[in-house]
Design a binder for this molecule. Structure first.
Ligand code: C5P
Length: 230
């Protein structure tokens, strides 16, 4: 069955500083979001994408298709979950409630097809969906109010949530609507699913699928994308 991609790209990217929303920062000659869309749409199971943009976005290059597949746009909302919900509503008529949707951060350009393959396979097999994730490698410290170490937290069983995250369209929309009704801000889509008692599967993904948040991250993805194309 065809899979659709949803990219929330309506945020300000304010943590990066500067006034360019971070999905439009350029690496290897193209904006971050172009790298993400290009690899996602090149996957044979993917039928198309919906990108949620800020209402005042002036930088979207008006792609209407990539690899012959439609790239639709919609207006995002004030929180990430509102943007994802708007994109789910903007899917073409005929996309089933049970269709898999891959939600991907616009600022994660270094995604590989092998990870998409394994994520889709896990979500096909698991009713509650699946997410890419990476095990925590560093020792975790909890800080006190002075910035001194208050405790060392066990890292066993802890994972960092990456994207894409794959869920059935109807189940994801219901979970996001419930989080919104409860006034809870979710930082990823799996969190909304978990709140309704569902248990998405963790799929170990590549550690170099990084979210660009700082200038150092930008230099790192420039290096990684340069290597990938050699
Ligand atoms: O801030 P963070 O990096 O977690 O944002 C993740 C993604 O969510 C970004 O691609 C951002 O554009 C998107 N977002 C959105 N609508 C919002 C807030 C964030 O689409 N209201």
């Amino acid at each position: 069955d065809p899979v659709w991609v949803v990219i929330p790209a309506a945020g300000r990217g304010s943590r990066f500083g500067g006034d360019i929303p971070k999905q439009y920062l350029e690496v290897a000659g193209r904006p971050l979001i172009a790298h993400a869309l290009e690899v996602l749409l090149s996957h044979p199971r993917v039928a198309g994408a919906v990108v949620a943009l800020a209402a005042d976005d002036t930088r979207w290059p008006n792609w209407e298709s990539l690899w012959g597949k439609p790239v639709l746009r919609c207006h995002g909302g004030s929180e990430r979950a509102d943007s994802v919900l708007a994109a789910l509503q903007a899917l073409p008529a005929g996309v089933a409630d049970t269709a898999l949707v891959l939600v991907h951060d616009a600022a994660r350009p270094n995604l590989r097809l092998g990870d998409i393959d394994r994520l889709i396979a896990a979500a096909d097999a698991h009713a509650d969906g699946a997410i890419l994730a990476a095990p925590v490698r560093d020792t975790l410290k909890r800080a006190d109010a002075q910035g001194d170490i208050a405790a060392t937290e066990p890292r066993e069983g802890l994972w960092r949530a990456l994207t894409p995250q794959a869920f059935r369209r109807g189940a994801l929309a219901a979970a996001l609507e419930r989080a919104r009704a409860d006034g809870v801000v979710v930082t990823d889509e799996a969190m909304a699913m978990e709140r309704t008692g569902l248990r998405p599967r963790l799929v170990e993904g590549r550690e170099d699928n990084i979210k660009v948040t700082t200038p150092a991250d930008l230099a790192l993805v420039e290096f990684l994308l340069g290597k990938a194309s050699q």
